[in-house]
Design a protein around this ligand. Structure first.
Ligand code: HXC
Length: 268
């Protein structure tokens, strides 16, 4: 049996949105498994902190401030990663933008901002890394972080839900196109995870937080490390025949809603 964390030693992974939350947790888990890690995102200070944590843990890491909405910047990110580490082996599309807004009141620019980061940014990064892998002639793994509302939708998230659904469709399409090159693509759909960004954007008040908590049959938020563990499984050799799939890691949240409606339990 292949352990979930084997096969990362000396390989290089690019993590977008690696300066905080789930992205940082995945970056740190990759580093702990022996990988070289490139973190990309818009806020240099946060990226630098992730690199500091990785290096303190003995990993080699590089921060490249990048806006994934800009295809030229993404190409430059791949070039810098290869200059530093010699090759690329995988990508985590984790960069996201989100805020709660009713669709009818959402401005065209608000829609565009989220779709540009989540859907277009994931495409630019996937395309650039897949082209690099093809040039290298090596296999690789691409993981995109989405959300279960990609398939069930959720009020207040029309921009994000539509963008994440697009990322899921992109993943399934490219999984078939790129399988002959040995490139696997999968998605990971975390449930509510205890991160600063999600807390501020999605459950900013104690009441909103409690409502989210009540919707999770497991009765708690995920720790970022639990999401990172699933990400490493999907990226690594333990999932070598797995492509075009989405793994939901949400404490039973979305299935619970199908059974019980809005709350996690029949009596809640
Ligand atoms: C309504 C808003 C808004 C809000 C921004 N806008 N915030 N509209 N309510 N709270 C509108 C602005 O008014 C503007 O439209 C447009 O969106 C662009 O805003 P900018 O601030 O100029 O854009 P930008 O600086 O590019 O910021 C992008 C962003 C921002 C998405 C708006 O929130 C961001 O970058 N966030 C990144 C971090 C983040 O959101 N992380 C949380 C991810 S958690 P107008 O018309 O005024 O010009 C996550 C988990 C999901 O995704 C899964 C849960 C289970």
């Amino acid at each position: 049996m292949t352990p979930a964390t084997s096969g990362f030693d000396g390989r290089t992974y690019l993590v977008t949105g690696g300066g905080s939350g789930i992205g940082r947790a995945i970056a740190l888990a990759l580093g702990a498994a022996g990988a070289h890690v490139v973190v990309a995102g818009r806020t240099p200070d946060r990226l630098a902190e992730t690199v500091r944590l990785l290096e303190a843990d003995g990993a080699q890491a590089l921060a490249v401030p990048t806006d994934v909405r800009d295809p030229a910047a993404v190409d430059a990110l791949v070039t810098r990663s290869v200059e530093r580490f010699g090759a690329l082996d995988g990508l985590v599309n984790n960069a996201a933008g989100n805020f709660v807004a009713s669709g009818i009141d959402l401005s065209p620019n608000g829609w565009r901002a989220v779709v540009d980061i989540v859907l277009n940014g994931s495409f630019h990064c996937t395309r650039a890394v897949a082209r690099r892998l093809r040039e290298q002639g090596t296999p690789g793994s691409i993981l995109s972080v989405i959300a279960t509302y990609a398939w069930h939708g959720h009020p207040g998230t029309v921009h994000s839900a539509a963008a994440k659904a697009g990322v899921l469709a992109m993943t399934r399409t490219l999984a078939v196109e790129l399988a002959p090159l040995g490139i696997r693509l999968n998605c990971l759909a975390p449930g509510p995870t205890e991160t600063e960004g999600a807390g501020a954007a999605l459950w900013a008040t104690p009441q909103a937080r409690q409502e989210v908590l009540d919707s999770v049959p497991a009765g708690r938020f995920a720790a970022p490390r639990e999401i990172a563990d699933a990400a490493l499984f999907l990226l690594g050799e333990g999932a070598s025949y797995l492509t075009g799939e989405c793994l939901t890691v949400d404490g039973g949240q979305w299935l619970g809603k199908q059974v019980y409606g809005r709350s996690a339990t029949a009596t809640a």
